[in-house]
Design a protein around this ligand. Structure first.
Ligand SMILES: [Cu+2]
Length: 269
């Protein structure tokens, strides 16, 4: 399984615009924690020898200098506050609050269920077909309304998310049953999908390739099987894929000249 997505020792290949910032923060945190661990370890061993029981001398259990004891704790505290204020909160805010504008992004709806990921693309008309709970069936997993004109060219995929490279993708997500969590480790992101709510996640892939989608919220017996693929394609390949999907969906080949789902992508041809 691991070969399929190219996992090796260490962190998975960083493949989104914010992945390297998160990796830098994780690296900093680990480096300082290793330093603190080693420094405390050396100090402990020193104390074991320095204050041990010897001939004619009892072991000393009590600290003599009161004032110096707070200094290491204060340094660790100062580091952690600095880490949170200088890096953690700004990075979190930039990912969570500075969503790319929808008109420059690909927007996809994601409806999770036990145990699959259903993706809905708006199609060339740029409009998402209406979804209706009462229409949900084995064949119509997301309850797409066939009478809605906007639904005619929608692309529906299961467990496969195709996205263009170097363009933001915005996922508008919900769940049909229980709480799931969309995660792509290569993008360094994660977001809950909650029944009755719409949650949002965005990412801008920086590498073409196939990456693993995993469910990061224990959601039932099939949880571990709830995996999918995100295929990051060049803009041209993505446009070809879209045309092919729309042609299959509408049963015509005349859609080749239809507009792209992707705003600003039509200049290619
Ligand atoms: Cu799940």
């Amino acid at each position: 399984m691991n070969d399929e997505w190219g996992y090796e020792w260490g962190l998975p290949v960083a493949a989104s615009s914010y992945a390297s910032d998160i990796d830098w923060l994780m690296g900093l945190l680990h480096a300082v924690m290793i330093f603190i661990f080693v420094a405390w370890g050396i100090f402990f061993v020193y104390c074991l020898f320095r204050y041990r029981a010897r001939d004619g001398q009892r072991a000393s259990y009590h600290q003599s200098g009161e004032s110096a004891s707070f200094i290491p704790d204060a340094l660790v505290l100062a580091f952690e506050v600095w880490l949170i204020l200088a890096f953690g909160i700004p990075l979190w805010a930039s990912i969570k609050q500075e969503t790319p504008p929808a008109k420059e992004s690909l927007t996809v709806h994601l409806i999770a269920q036990q145990f699959a990921w259903n993706f809905q693309y708006p199609g060339p008309d740029g409009k998402f077909g209406r979804r209706e709970v009462s229409l949900v069936s084995a064949e119509n997993a997301i309850g797409l309304d066939p009478d809605d004109p906007a639904s005619k060219d929608d692309i529906i995929t299961i467990n496969n998310l195709n996205v263009p490279v170097d363009k933001p993708t915005i996922l508008r997500m919900t769940s049909k049953d229980v709480i799931h969590n969309f995660q792509v480790a290569n993008f360094r992101n994660k977001q809950d999908l909650v029944p009755g709510l719409e949650t949002m996640l965005w990412f801008e892939p920086t590498l073409e390739g196939k990456f693993e989608i995993g469910c990061a919220q224990l959601c039932g017996l099939g949880h571990t099987k709830m995996v999918g693929n995100v295929l990051v394609q060049s803009e041209a390949d993505f446009a070809d894929w879209q045309k092919q999907q729309v042609a299959e969906r509408t049963g015509t080949s005349s859609t080749a000249d239809a507009g792209s789902i992707l705003p600003g992508a039509d200049s290619r041809s």
